[in-house]
Design a protein around this ligand. Structure first.
Ligand code: NI
Length: 168
């Protein structure tokens, strides 16, 4: 178990579409464990593999003390009713934006043991799983807001990243 380094925006890796997992094996389970460690270390509710630089369709969430390991997720139903949530993202430290998404979604995926599961999500979990599935498609939360807000956040991130970069 280990905490992995996060990919921080702006970074072209965040715009890459991740590939399907072909087999849920020990290597994948190791990645899931490390992703949960990383998410907890960073105090997040969700994390996609792309955020630790791995382009596989994998995400983890921890909501109400329950951990979800989600592989190859597919949204099979979305409600027409929408919800607005003030979202953040571990790849955009300190940034928030109000994003509108379907209030409820039904998601099919493979779990830690490679078994197919269907999860009915609403409220925070629905927002979180849609945000993480977006990551697997190379989409980030600020892609859903106005260009003005998007550019404002990106400019802030450029400055933050400059400070994060170790002096060499
Ligand atoms: Ni995110």
């Amino acid at each position: 178990m280990s905490v992995l380094p996060l990919v921080i925006a702006p970074d072209p890796r965040l715009a890459v579409c991740s590939g399907e997992v072909e087999e849920v094996n020990d290597e994948i389970r190791q990645l899931l464990d490390d992703m949960v460690d990383t998410m907890r270390h960073e105090d997040g509710v969700g994390l996609a593999a792309v955020q630790v630089g791995v382009h596989k369709r994998i995400l983890v969430m921890e909501i109400d003390d329950q951990v979800y390991h989600v592989i190859n997720p597919e949204i099979i139903e979305s409600s027409e009713e929408e919800n607005i949530y003030d979202e953040g993202c571990l790849s955009f430290p300190g940034q928030r934006a109000s994003v509108t998404r379907p209030k409820r979604v039904k998601v099919k995926f493979l779990d830690y043991d490679g078994k197919e599961q269907i999860l009915e999500c609403d409220e925070l979990m629905a927002t979180c799983i849609q945000h993480e599935i977006d990551h697997l498609n190379g989409v980030v939360f600020i892609d859903h807001v106005s260009k003005m807000k998007h550019d404002m956040v990106m400019n802030k991130m450029k400055k933050i990243k400059k400070k994060l970069r170790p002096a060499t």
